[in-house]
Design a protein around this ligand. Structure first.
Ligand code: SAH
Length: 450
């Protein structure tokens, strides 16, 4: 989400005539976009913020912007007191304050109509920033901003505000604009992306009439259908889904639509029902297992990813073991595991003691990671000798790098002598390559194209 927000801001700054600097030291404007989902992310944001102070002291004309979840959707006045070297504060997904500040500072004197014309988000005219133009293969498109679910551990609703879906027409226009600029893959983003459109209320009717037919009860299924028709786009993904909103209609749309990838990100967070209840997730471990079965039945070969929090308050050894056993049984393709971190304002931080010691959280994290390495090692080993479709994103260490439709990372050499250092003979960027896998590890695979 932050990558997408940053890109939109960069695009806006270019409309003002600014261009990207190679080092922070050389820049006239520095923006720090921040995440606070765990304390470690917040600490990192503070470290960067403090590092900017001497730059501002040396060059008072330097403009410093702070964006994202450290700021939150309602500006907290204490931040201004604590960080007086910051000129502009921006809520997540809200680049406007910096744009306005710079317009005044640079004396551009654009009138309101001109500003509206240049910065209208609705017009679908979204030029990628120069540093990504004709390079970017896979882009993120936020479709649901904020979140209203309030899982007890999660700070996001407090920082990104209530759930708001973007109008379908705006999203489709943005996707068309990206495709016209060479983007081949888009990933639709939302904290609960499978709730897309439900908050639009009466507009859903309107949404459906824009979306050409009335077949869909599930707005995201309708949106996918529409995006699937965009020329030039090769692949569409969406994340993150909440288990309770993954209905058959959505899964059938994924199975039916050729551009929508067989890739589902659906976090379980824990495998014990008591822990899940304390997390306020709204489902049981058994519900989740049945959902995974259903996904596999409707979308054969789907790559399924999940998120896990270990060391949630009160998580006993047996409760952790339930999570471990669930993952051992389900054998998913990817597990993002995090140690519980109490976040300000959240229900769990206010009402539950963070009572699992740090060493124990680390032990549990490592246990899940080791289990998962073994599981994915086995899953990927089955691909040895097989040919998979890889959308190539870039070149790294003399190898092309891309992902399969199921979101597995694949590196390959192009089967021709590499003549110039760092450059293969053929430019694979943005192309679909048929790669035959000859090495498979848990985190990536290596193959060859003929
Ligand atoms: N909206 C998505 C993902 C939100 S943040 C969802 O609900 O699943 C991404 C991941 O960070 C979460 O899935 C969760 O596993 C992790 N996370 C969120 N809050 C956390 C916290 N307080 N401590 C540790 N991990 C956390």
């Amino acid at each position: 989400m932050n990558v997408a927000d940053t890109r939109r801001l960069a695009s806006g700054l270019e409309k003002l005539g600014l261009s990207v600097a190679s080092k922070a030291r050389d820049a006239d404007v520095i923006v720090l976009n921040t995440c606070v989902v765990r304390q470690s992310a917040e600490d990192k944001a503070y470290n960067y913020l403090h590092a900017l102070k001497p730059l501002k002291a040396a060059r008072p004309e330097l403009v410093i912007g702070l964006m994202g979840c450290l700021v939150g959707h309602k500006l907290n006045g204490r931040l201004q007191e604590k960080f007086p070297w910051v000129d502009v504060f921006m809520a997540p997904s809200e680049p406007a304050p910096l744009i306005e500040f710079l317009q005044n500072r640079l004396g551009l004197g654009l009138d309101q109509a001109e500003t509206a014309r240049r910065f209208a988000a609705q017009d679908g005219d979204y030029p990628l920033p120069a540093y990504e133009r004709s390079r970017l293969v896979a882009a993120h498109v936020p479709v649901v901003l904020g979140c209203s679910h309030a899982c007890s551990f999660c700070v996001i609703p407090y920082r990104r505000g209530a759930e708001r879906s973007r109008p379908a027409a705006e999203i489709v226009a943005e996707a068309r604009s990206l495709a016209a600029q060479g983007v081949k893959e888009i990933t639709l983003l939302g904290q609960i992306v499978d709730r897309y459109g439900y908050d639009l209320g009466f507009q859903i009717t309107n949404f459906k009439s824009q979306i050409s037919d009335f077949r869909f009860q599930t707005p995201l299924a309708g949106l996918l259908e529409e995006l699937n028709q965009i020329d030039g786009l090769e692949r569409i993904r969406f994340l993150t889904s909440h288990p309770n909103w993954m209905n058959d209609e959505l899964l059938e749309a994924v199975a039916r639509l050729p551009k929508v990838c067989e890739h589902i990100e659906v976090p379980v967070q824990a495998g014990d029902d008591e822990v899940l209840a304390r997390m306020k997730r709204g489902y049981t471990a058994d519900d989740y297992s049945r959902l995974i079965e259903k996904i596999r039945r409707i979308i054969p070969g789907a790559g399924i990813a999940t998120d896990i929090i270990v060391g949630f308050p009160g998580e006993s050894q047996a409760q952790f073991q339930a999570t471990y056993n669930l993952l051992a049984q389900l054998k998913l393709d990817m597990v993002h595991v995090a140690k519980y971190s109490p976040r300000p304002q959240t229900l769990s931080a206010r009402t539950l003691e963070d009572d699992v010691p740090p060493e124990e959280k680390e032990r549990r994290r490592k246990a899940i990671e080791d289990l998962q390495a073994q599981i994915v090692g086995q899953i990927n080993a089955r691909l040895l000798g097989q040919t998979v479709e890889v959308l190539v994103e870039d070149r790294q260490k003399n190898r092309w790098r891309g992902r399969t439709r199921t979101n597995k990372l694949v590196f390959f050499e192009d089967g021709v002598e590499v003549k110039v250092k760092g450059e293969g003979k053929r430019d694979w960027r943005g192309k679909l390559a048929a790669v035959t896998i000859n090495w498979a590890g848990p985190w990536s695979m290596i193959g060859k194209v003929d």
